[in-house]
Design a protein around this ligand. Structure first.
Ligand code: NAD
Length: 462
């Protein structure tokens, strides 16, 4: 969350002197400015895009199990909704701050535009270490947050989702609270009349119970994504981000933007949701996953690790280290390995001005949000390292979030094959669109993605 203090980054305006950390909101604005200058975008619109439409800070009083009251601070930032409702997750972390939330909402607007999803950008967060709270304290905190922000969220206004440390269970509590706070639309008022209206509107074959569910999903359920399957969630959401990254990877290889050997070696930082689905799918395509890591450290075998065996080891020991067929390495060492492809899929600001010149991979696929600082980006551009930016590489998640919202709004249910086929098509089209802009302006993938997204948003702005 908080960046490293590094030499090259010190020369960038993104360094906050006061805190001596990398400010993600300044990074985001700098990325847009660069794209704006290259593509000569409308200056007034660009200035508008540098500031979120609205952000709120809320205080959330929570009665702790001890009987004492603690007041937590939460945020919601709504960056831009020219292309559709604000959309973005809610993060629980002790280092959440307004600039981080504003940056993440900014990136959501650009991510949705790159992949052509009709949503804008939003993000929320609460300053809390959720591991220090009991389940009931966590529930009261989640409900308390919704009590403060419910007037500005909803299926057609702003659609939250899980993010770091927030789960389907937390979305369930929030959705329930949202429904309570939204007053007269409560399910208790689902009358016979509404039922008939709905039956006509939806599908004449639907039973009253099915109509009631459809009504609920359209008015409340669609207000949050990342829900569990039995609560209106979508098939394929779990694997969407990792698989989406591999669809992009395949397109990069096909485009010959980077010349890679047939069974190129890949190092993946992380062993969570995104990284495991990415590694599993890339291995199936014949790539050699030579390194993986979690917060306790990494493992490396230049001959390949064997994903399923690593998974079994992690399940039985709770960590990756000490895997019999590999050597233990640190997370810092993983980034600098002699591999063809590097996939940071865990944290922000891991590729900095400090280590960029030591990176040996020729292709970097950003599956985490914001893993590369602008200073590192400059080094990669000079060294001709191709960086597939987060707003394109990890956009699979938001695509399927949109599919979830769409299914809820239209009383549809798609199976996993349908979802993954749509996802593959959408991501591949986004890659082709970015590549076209990249070739036109003879620039990097990141700048091209920003130009494309900014043009799409500006087109819809008044
Ligand atoms: P996750 O919590 O499932 O996994 C995170 C992984 O990072 C874990 O394996 C953890 O052990 C590892 N990790 C934690 N601290 C580390 C450290 N200091 N060094 C190395 N590894 C460390 O999270 P996730 O959902 O896989 O998300 C990973 C990244 O992808 C985040 O940046 C997230 O914002 C981004 N992202 C996720 C999604 C999604 O759909 N889940 C979508 C878009 C972007």
């Amino acid at each position: 969350m908080v960046g490293n203090l590094v030499n090259l980054d010190q020369s960038c305006s993104i360094l906050s002197i006061k805190t001596m950390t990398i400010n993600p909101f300044e990074t985001a604005k700098e990325q847009l400015q660069k794209a704006a200058e290259i593509a000569k975008l409308d200056k007034n619109k660009v200035e508008q895009l540098k500031i979120p439409d609205r952000y709120v800070e809320v205080s959330i009083p929570v009665k702790m199990d001890s009987g004492e009251q603690r007041i937590f601070t939460g945020f919601r930032s709504q960056h831009n909704n020219a292309r559709g409702p604000y959309k973005g997750g809610i993060r629980y972390h002790q280092q959440v701050n307004l600039d981080e939330v504003r940056a993440l909402s900014f990136w959501m607007s650009f991510k949705n535009a790159v992949v052509n999803v009709p949503f804008g950008g939003g993000k929320g967060g609460i300053i809390v270490n959720p591991k220090e709270l009991s389940v009931s304290e966590l529930e009261r905190l989640s409900r308390g947050y919704v009590k403060k922000i419910y007037p500005i969220i909803g299926p057609e206004t702003d659609v939250p989702a899980p993010d770091v440390n927030t789960t389907g269970q937390i979305m369930g509590w929030m959705l329930d609270e949202y429904q309570k706070c939204s007053g007269n639309k409560s399910m208790a008022t689902f009358t016979q009349h509404q039922n008939q209206e709905y039956q006509e509107y939806l599908n004449k074959k639907d039973t009253p119970a099915q109509c009631k569910t459809a009504y609920w999903l359209r008015n409340f359920g669609a207000g949050f994504t990342g829900k569990s399957l039995d609560n209106g969630g979508s098939q394929g959401r779990e694997e969407a981000t990792g698989f989406g990254g591999v669809y992009v990877f395949e397109e990069v290889v096909k485009s010959k933007a980077v010349d890679l050997p047939k069974n190129a070696s890949v190092a993946v930082q992380g062993f969570g949701n995104v990284s495991t689905f990415f590694a599993q799918a890339a291995e199936k395509l014949g790539y050699k996953i030579v390194a993986l890591s979690d917060s306790k450290g990494g493992i490396y075998n230049p001959e390949g690790l064997g994903f399923e065996k690593v998974l079994a080891h992690k399940k039985s020991t709770g960590a990756l280290k000490d895997f019999a067929e590999a050597k233990n390495i640190t997370n810092a060492e993983l980034l600098e390995l002699p591999v063809d492809v590097l996939v940071p899929a865990a944290l922000e600001n891991v590729l900095t001005g400090d280590n960029a010149s030591k990176i040996k991979a020729r292709l970097i696929i950003e599956m985490a949000n914001g893993p590369t600082t602008p200073a590192a980006d400059m080094v990669f551009a000079t060294k001709n390292v191709a960086v597939i930016p987060d707003i394109l590489a990890n956009s699979g998640g938001v695509c399927v979030s949109y599919y979830e919202w769409y299914q809820n709004m239209h009383n549809e249910k798609w199976d996993k094959d349908q979802v993954l086929q749509k996802l593959s098509k959408q991501i591949k089209q986004a890659f082709a669109d970015v590549l076209e802009v990249k070739n036109k302006y003879k620039t990097t993938f990141r700048v091209a993605a920003y130009i494309l997204a900014a043009q799409r948003i500006i087109e819809e702005m008044e």
